[in-house]
Design a protein around this ligand. Structure first.
Ligand code: ADP
Ligand code: ZN
Ligand code: ZN
Length: 750
């Protein structure tokens, strides 16, 4: 009988597989091991938790060098076959080590070696304790009461905390233990009593009724609920068109069929309001998977989902890996949002993996957005996704009107035109709110010496320092390093220093002078230290009047402000002339999203955009014909320039403290790439290699950064090629003092 070899995923950034032996006594056990169970395995000098991927009789290295596993931690796998397949798919597609993909998305407690983590200490009655006649304990009333208390608990089991809370002290507990009427045991935690879901559902027992759908919503709900098996839908509807109502009714239908539902939202979207809307609608629990959960809460939520409890899970991108026992639908709201892409480590797109998961589970996937990404629109155009438009706002609210303010040859007051200020005044006088959007926090982005032209720069990055006030300091927005304010030029010692440009703090200051009697609220990363504080501010805005709101994109997403009738976008030009091929798409989405904050039934909204490029064709299309026409034009541009979605990208990044090391490494990689293309089954024409070039910001946080970009016409070929390419890069390059990584489908080329 040949040796049984176990292939195990461990939480290490290494691409090759890890093989272990099954000890003889376990082999003799004759129970086949199930894939997806956790094992404790020796790794170097320590013991780590791994996940069983494969069992067979061949190993990557000589069998004599293999070590036996230390312990089997689970009888039943924690991960369903579908989830295992998703992990394998993701690891292959994103060229990322399977161990990091799998264990990196598991609750931390499941990654720790103790096999007892799922258990807690509880007290239970012994058979002797159960047999006691309570009446015989007249002289020890407290002991009698504790026996009665325990007997009343389900399974005669309770925790020390519950006993104490019921008013018993440790003396009486010790007495019962000594007499052998009660014992302490370790028991698996009771997953159905998860704190997460209960605290939410108990607080709001009154269930809200579904709304009567309008014709477009009705078609959307019908199409999705009638879908048999896997199909991806795009629900395209402006803010307030009733997308969330569609989600709620689809989920309701899914729950009624006894299936679980998953809702993925952008990082900024998981607000208490969002969660409440779902909690109020369903009698079954709503589980929010967010970053504030403790490790134990996360594990509990995870187990609840795994055990198939009928529930709706709302979470940010990593909730995609929750172990659903019976998933019925995946909904991804604001599908265009860049936060669905993980930007470090295992760089995956939660949107794209949601579709893969939908395919594996054979269920519908619904993407929703007012401003769909070009990738998604392309998939609609080619027939892969089904388009469900919601062209009108629900109820009688109408879309805001757009106006351009030509900034050329105009005198500006701290970046604001006379025209915009006058309109603000009118809206405020009518008792309404005005919202100003500027995507730059701080006071001013440039500190310039007027005598010699020197500009204050970060010592660690190729970046200018931004002045912040309260407290006054200079901050690098790229590496977060802070500096004291500079009094004299570092080059010529002149004191003629000026601050140039505009941040949200500077706008706030100048508006306080201009509108002294108006309440002004600024929302950006500097003003909002806690989630709680933001919520309070947002509530004040929702119910407030005659206010000016100033904010960065924190203010642009997810919230609806019924009393805002005027939106001013301080500067749209940066999006029109950026070198990043996605910048214009982002700008269009942002304008549309900010505009969507404004107006309600009786108070239509107006959006004013300040620009030096009023005739720019894309800007004209966006404001006169709307986002769909704008996006269609951009798609044409992408097609003629062969950028995604008309090609597929892989980006090799390298960084080091010395710039020549970066260049050396990338040149070696380029050579490998070139010669690999000559080999079958590859062809030179299938791939374009661009670079090496420096990153747009060459030095960041003390590291020089360089890029090598691969652009391919075909996705499958690129995958195959990248796998071989990486294997060769790993074995054939000098990597001393170099950090490098490969990203598939990068969002940013920097
Ligand atoms: P979105 O998610 O597209 O922004 P919502 O679902 O939040 O849109 O709907 C916007 C507003 O319109 C909400 O106040 C919602 O209650 C209301 N609404 C949605 N659908 C309907 C409907 N069919 N009839 C009446 N009001 C609706
Ligand atoms: Zn100077
Ligand atoms: Zn810096």
């Amino acid at each position: 009988m040949p040796q049984t070899i176990l292939h195990v995923a461990v939480f290490k950034p290494l691409r090759h597989c890890f093989d272990y032996l099954l000890p003889e006594d376990e082999s003799a056990n004759n129970q086949p091991l199930k894939l997806g169970i956790r094992l404790l395995v020796p790794f170097g000098k320590s013991q780590v938790v791994g996940i069983l991927l494969k069992v067979n009789h061949t190993a990557c290295i000589s069998v004599s060098k293999l070590k036996p596993i230390t312990a089997i931690l689970d009888k039943e796998p924690l991960l369903s076959p579908n989830l295992l397949s998703l992990y394998h798919w993701a690891s292959r597609y994103y060229q990322h080590p399977i161990g990091e993909v799998m264990l990196g998305t598991l609750p931390i407690l499941l990654r720790q070696p103790s096999p007892t983590i799922l258990k807690q200490r509880v007290y239970t009655l012994t058979p002797e304790g159960k047999a006691i006649d309570i009446a015989s304990l007249k002289r020890s009333p407290r002991q009698a009461r504790l026996l009665v208390f325990l007997a009343a608990q389900s399974g005669n089991v309770t925790t020390a905390a519950d006993i104490k809370q019921a008013g018993f002290d440790s003396n009486v507990i010790q007495n019962l233990l000594k007499k052998g009427w009660m014992v302490q045991v370790k028991k698996a935690i009771n997953h159905s009593s998860s704190a997460v879901a209960q605290s939410l559902s108990i607080a709001h027992r009154t269930i809200e009724l579904p709304l009567l759908l309008n014709a477009d919503q009705k078609i959307a709900v019908e199409k999705i609920t009638q879908a048999v098996g896997f199909q991806t839908f795009l629900l395209e509807g402006v803010t307030g068109s009733g997308k969330t109502e569609v989600y709620l009714q689809i989920i309701d239908c899914c729950l009624q069929q006894g299936k679980q539902a998953l809702v993925l939202v952008p990082e900024i979207g998981l607000t208490p309001q969002t969660i409440l809307r779902f909690v109020k609608r369903f009698s079954s629990p709503v589980i929010a998977l967010h970053s504030k959960l403790s490790n134990k809460e996360r594990l509990q939520a995870w187990m609840q989902i795994q055990q198939g409890e009928l529930c709706t899970v709302i979470g940010t991108r990593s909730a995609l890996f929750a172990p659903f026992a019976q998933l019925g639908i995946i909904i991804l709201d604001e599908e265009h949002d860049p936060s669905f892409k993980q930007q470090s480590g295992f760089r995956y797109s939660a949107r794209d993996l949601a579709i893969v998961r939908g395919q594996l589970e054979n269920i519908p996937v619904l993407l929703g957005s007012a401003t769909p990404s070009l990738e998604t629109l392309h998939n609609v155009n080619t027939g892969r996704f089904l388009h469900l438009p919601l062209p009108k706002r629900a109820g009688s609210a109408i879309m805001p009107t757009f106006h351009l303010i030509d900034l050329r040859r105009k005198k500006l007051t701290h970046g604001l035109s006379h025209e915009l200020l006058t309109i603000m005044e009118q809206h405020l006088q009518a008792g309404n709110q005005a919202l100003l959007f500027l995507n730059r926090r701080g006071y001013a982005p440039v500190l310039l010496c007027q005598a010699c032209g020197w500009v204050a720069q970060c010592t660690r990055c190729d970046a200018k320092l931004t002045l912040h006030q309260k407290p006054m300091r200079l901050i690098c927005h790229h590496c977060t390093k802070e500096y004291p304010v500079i009094q004299a030029c570092h080059l010529c010692q002149s004191k003629e220093l000026v601050y140039i440009g505009l941040g949200t703090q500077r706008i706030e200051e100048s508006l306080r002078e201009r509108f002294p009697d108006t309440d002004i609220v600024r929302i950006d990363r500097d003003t909002s230290p806690s989630k709680h504080a933001i919520e309070k501010t947002l509530d004040n805005i929702r119910y407030g009047h005659k206010q000016i709101l100033i904010g960065t994109q924190m203010l642009a997403k997810g919230h609806h402000f019924p009393n805002v009738t005027l939106v001013g976008i301080v500067n749209v030009d940066s999006g029109l002339y950026s070198t990043d091929f996605r910048a214009t798409e982002r700008m269009g989405q942002l304008i549309q999203q900010v505009a969507g904050r404004a107006g309600r039934m009786d108070k239509p909204g107006h959006v004013f955009l300040q620009t030096h490029q009023p005739a720019h064709p894309l800007l004209q299309t966006l404001i006169h014909q709307g986002y769909p026409a704008f996006a269609e034009k951009l798609l044409q541009e992408r097609k003629s320039s062969q950028w995604p979605p008309f090609s597929y990208l892989g980006l090799l990044r390298a960084e080091a403290t010395k710039s020549d090391r970066v260049l050396d490494f990338l040149m070696q990689a380029k050579k490998i790439a070139g010669s690999l293309l000559q080999k079958s089954p590859f062809k030179k024409s299938m791939l374009t290699i661009l670079g090496p070039i420096s990153a747009p910001m060459e030095r960041k946080a003390g590291y020089f950064r360089g890029l090598l970009l691969f652009q391919a016409k075909e996705r499958a070929m690129l995958q195959k090629w990248l796998t071989q390419f990486l294997t060769e890069v790993e074995s054939n390059t000098t990597k001393s003092k170099i950090r490098w990584s490969l990203e598939v489908d990068p969002l940013e080329l920097g």
